[in-house]
Each structure stands twice: as structure tokens, then as C-alpha cells.
Design a protein around this ligand. Structure first.
Ligand SMILES: Nc1ncnc2c1ncn2[C@@H]1O[C@H](COP(=O)(O)OP(=O)(O)OP(=O)(O)O)[C@@H](O)[C@H]1O
Ligand SMILES: [Mg+2]
Length: 313
């Protein structure tokens, strides 16, 4: 079954075209990622799908229902976690959740059961009673995530849920997302982090300037648009010029990358010993050698001509 179907979605903010005729779909049970630099339109797209912003034109269907016409029915199927968490700082996590539950008309027993279950999965038991203003960013994120999944939404929409989390907390969060998917949710999330899109998502849409530049499974995108692997040689710094000349003589495809020399190759494992032998025979033993497979970062670079990192804050 198709969980979400977006067709020809366009959003103008005055003269700014934030979304430019976007079309894609998300299958039920999928973890689908929107990946793109600042201002590429991720939040606008998610807000329209969640029904908190109107598009200029185009259509959105959630489990077959027209999200723009049947707002109320659709809102019961969706859980939306906005980019800025919307919790009341003066209330405890528990009180915030009770307020959200009242909006969904949950009865008290059901509410308590669900909080018990979710606080187990999300590890929030220890601080549910604390005032939200006294919690760390990561703790707040987790409470806010509880709020958006309280009513067991079929489609969960998460706008940059892991921004500001340290790498360890980010990995814990992925476990949570996998858990929610196993519970039956379909997940649409946005991220800045290439690695997150790669490891967490079944499929990814790479966005830029209000458009989907490409869409597919991370492995497939890397294979098609990621370019070749690289072997990066780090010679001793004062010998880098000499090492570069030595490698050029071997007519390798070579670029400088910081303190390293990057060689494009289809067969990195075979090239490494050749490079070591050849450099060592000239007294240029490298200090370090690295094999780098293509990443989604390379995909973005190859398709847009700009590095993703440079255009981010
Ligand atoms: N309320 C608004 N009024 C006017 N322009 C807006 C508004 N919200 C967003 N924009 C513009 O629309 C474009 C898309 O912004 P959006 O916030 O959707 O991008 P994003 O991909 O979520 O960015 P970020 O990674 O920074 O969160 C940008 O050019 C932005 O300046
Ligand atoms: Mg955003």
C-alpha cells in the first residue's frame, strides 16, 4: 500500500519558489528520508503534508485520502514532529504529554499505557517529571518525539529529529525509529546528515532549491552517481610535492585533498599495495593510506556541482 503520494506540489512564498512541482511517493512501512541543504524546501514540504501549511498547487494523498480536503481524518493518521520542538517549558514532560493526549481525546487509561510503553522504548522514564526547561536538548527531543507518536500514527513525519544530538544519541535514536517502524509506522524524516540518510533510510530523496534532484535507495544512488572509489595517500607533509610527481608519472587520476593525494580507482584494494611499493622505492613511504567509497555527499556534489557541506550552516 502507498502511505503517501505527493503530486506536482508547488509552494510560492511571494516571489520565492520554495517547492517546484515536487512528486514522489512513500510505501507503507518505509523509512523515507529527505536530504538537502538549508533552504532546499524540506520543512515546507513536511508542513504541507502535515496539513499545517497550504500549498500553492498540487496534491497530497495520505493512505488514499486527500490531505488537503479531508484534513481532519488525515490528521488522525499523522504524527508531526516539527523542526523546533513545541513543548511548554514550564510544564513537565508528563504534563506536556497529557495535554497532547487531551487534544487527541485519549482516555486516561490508554494514555498511561502508552506513556509507559513509549518511555520504555525511548528511555525517558527518569526525567518525565522534570520541567522541560530543565532538560537537555536530547531529552527534550525524546519527549517531543513521544508527543508525536502518542496516538500511534500511521505516518510519522519528523523534521530533522537528530539535529544537535551527539553521535551516540543519534544512533540510539535510529534504534527508536526502527522500533517504531516495527510497530507498524511509516516514517518520513528530513536530515542534514548524509550518514544518517544512508544508514537509517530505505529510500532517500535528495533535494536542492525546491526540487528533488534524485531519489532511490542509498546504495543505488551511490552506485549510479557517486563516482569511483578513491585511495587517499598521506605522504609526509614536506614530501607531498615529490610524492605527487611520483604518482603522476604512474599516470594516475590524481587530485589534492587537504594533506592527501586522492587517486580515483575502480579497484582500490589492488591499487593500495602498488602505491605503497612504488612510493617506498623512492623513499616516500606514506604515513597513512585510506580507502574511501562513494558517499551520498559525492552524489550531491556530482549532481549539483556543489559540495553539500559548504552550503550548510
Ligand atoms: N514562512 C516563510 N516565508 C517566506 N519564505 C520562507 C518561509 N519559510 C521558508 N521560506 C523560504 O523557502 C525556502 C525553503 O525553506 P525551508 O525552510 O522549507 O527549507 P529547509 O530545507 O527546511 O531548510 P533548513 O535545512 O534550513 O531547515 C527558503 O528559501 C526559505 O527562505
Ligand atoms: Mg527545515
Amino acid at each position: 500500500m502507498i502511505a503517501l503520494e505527493v503530486e506536482g506540489l508547488t509552494k510560492m512564498y511571494g516571489e520565492v519558489r520554495a517547492l517546484d512541482f515536487i512528486s514522489f511517493h512513500v510505501n507503507e512501512g518505509e523509512i523515507f528520508g529527505l536530504l538537502g541543504p538549508n533552504g532546499s524546501g524540506k520543512t515546507t514540504l513536511m508542513e504541507i503534508i502535515a496539513g499545517v501549511r497550504a500549498p500553492t498547487s498540487g496534491s497530497v494523498k495520505v493512505f488514499g485520502l486527500d490531505a488537503l480536503r479531508e484534513r481532519e481524518k488525515v490528521s488522525r493518521l499523522i504524527g508531526f514532529n516539527p523542526q523546533e520542538t513545541m513543548l511548554y517549558g514550564d510544564l513537565s514532560g508528563w504534563e506536556n504529554l497529557r495535554f497532547v493526549a487531551s487534544l487527541y481525546g485519549m482516555d486516561d487509561r490508554e494514555f498511561r499505557r502508552r506513556v509507559e510503553e513509549l518511555s520504555e522504548i525511548l528511555g525517558t522514564k527518569g526525567f518525565l517529571d522534570k520541567r522541560v526547561s530543565k532538560l537537555s536538548g536530547g531529552q527534550r527531543r525524546r519527549i517531543s518525539l513521544m508527543a508525536s507518536v502518542l496516538h500511534s500514527p500511521h505516518l510519522l513525519i519528523l523534521d530533522e529529529p537528530t539535529v544537535g544530538l551527539d553521535p551516540e544519541a543519534r544512533r540510539d535514536f535510529w534504534e527508536v525509529i526502527w522500533g517504531l517502524r516495527d510497530e507498524g509506522s511509516t516514517i518520513l524524516l528530513s536530515t542534514h546528515y548524509m550518514e544518517e540518510a544512508d544508514e537509517l533510510c530505505d529510500r532517500v530523496a535528495i533535494m536542492d532549491k525546491g526540487r528533488i534532484v534524485t531519489l532511490g535507495e542509498p546504495e543505488e544512488l551511490k552506485r549510479r552517481y557517486g563516482g569511483t572509489a578513491k585511495v587517499i595517500v598521506y605522504p609526509r607533509l614536506r614530501l607531498i610535492g615529490e610524492a605527487e610527481r611520483a604518482l603522476r608519472v604512474m599516470s594516475l587520476k590524481l587530485t589534492r585533498m587537504g594533506d592527501g593525494l586522492a587517486v580515483d580507482t575502480e579497484e582500490p584494494e589492488e591499487l593500495v599495495p602498488v602505491l605503497i611499493t612504488s612510493l617506498s622505492s623512492r623513499g616516500l613511504e606514506p604515513e597513512r593510506i585510506e580507502i574511501r567509497s562513494p558517499t551520498l555527499e559525492d552524489v550531491f556534489l556530482n549532481l549539483t556541482g556543489r559540495p553539500l557541506a559548504e552550503v550548510m550552516e
